[in-house]
Design a protein around this ligand. Structure first.
Ligand code: SAH
Length: 241
């Protein structure tokens, strides 16, 4: 197993135990990611140490915000598997769906889950706008995560329909997190959610947006593919009519 010194520091600080199997799986996943990334673009982060700190560290930092009773998690726009795969590796008890619109990425995710022996992980190809209207997935997941997929105002329309009422959306964001939450406040309310105060993580340098789903999302959402991006649900004061 490769050292993972930073990761060990992150998990120790968070009070998370990663057993030998989890560390082996993370090391193998990093190899598979680097190898696939040399053939097609899965992540712009290509330095092994940066994969450890940025991709794995930031993913695992979400663990403390996954509710103890959670059994299902969907990672929306999973790409190369972040944060869904590190979370599935750390919590092999969870049923994890890795959703992405791109067939090539989904093929990589399915093959990686198989190779790592993660039996409760499923890779799913589709657009969140359509999956969010599918009764098998709507109002279903205890946790929905998404990293680097869309601005929050768009993201909440894609993610909140997939959450069970009582579930939580966890969205790592950068320095602009507060502005994004402010811009998304109207949409969050429309969709049946409520934003928690932004959570700062001094250690990983990330700002985490957590949104609780309080009520079922109205049937009108998500709107059809592309509309949440093109015409986000902006409220008064943000350019809405
Ligand atoms: N979460 C990964 C990938 C980010 S790139 C990471 O942090 O590295 C964004 C990914 O979201 C792309 O793979 C893209 O195919 C996917 N995506 C964007 N919009 C989507 C949608 N509406 N439904 C499903 N996947 C989407």
């Amino acid at each position: 197993v490769t050292g993972f010194s930073v990761l060990t520091a992150v998990t120790e600080r968070l009070g998370i135990q990663l057993d030998a199997q989890a560390l082996d799986r993370l090391a193998r996943y990093r190899e598979l990611l680097l190898d696939a990334n040399s053939r097609f673009n899965l992540t712009r982060i290509t330095d092994p140490d940066e994969i450890e700190t940025r991709l794995f560290g930031e993913s695992l930092a979400l663990l403390t915000h996954v509710p103890p009773h959670a059994t299902t998690l969907l990672d929306l726009g999973s790409g190369g598997g972040v944060p869904g795969l590190p979370l599935a590796i750390a919590r092999p008890d969870l049923r994890v769906v890795l959703l992405d619109a791109t067939a090539k990425k989904v093929a990589f995710l399915a093959e990686t889950a198989r190779e790592l022996g993660l039996e409760r992980v499923t890779a799913l190809q589709g657009r969140a706008e359509e999956i969010g209207r599918n009764p098998q997935h709507r109002d279903h997941y205890d946790v929905v995560t998404a990293r680097a997929v869309a601005r929050l105002v768009t993201l909440v329309e894609l993610a909140l329909p997939l959450l069970v009422p009582g579930g939580v959306g966890l969205f790592p964001k950068g320095a602009g997190a507060d502005e994004e939450v402010d811009e998304a406040r109207y949409a969050v309310g429309m969709l049946g959610g409520r934003a928690r105060p932004v959570i700062s993580d001094a250690f990983t340098g990330t700002r985490l947006v957590a949104i609780d789903k309080r009520r079922p999302t109205p049937a009108a959402f998500p709107r059809r593919t592309g509309v949440p991006h093109k015409s986000p649900l902006l409220g008064p004061g943000h350019g809405a009519n």
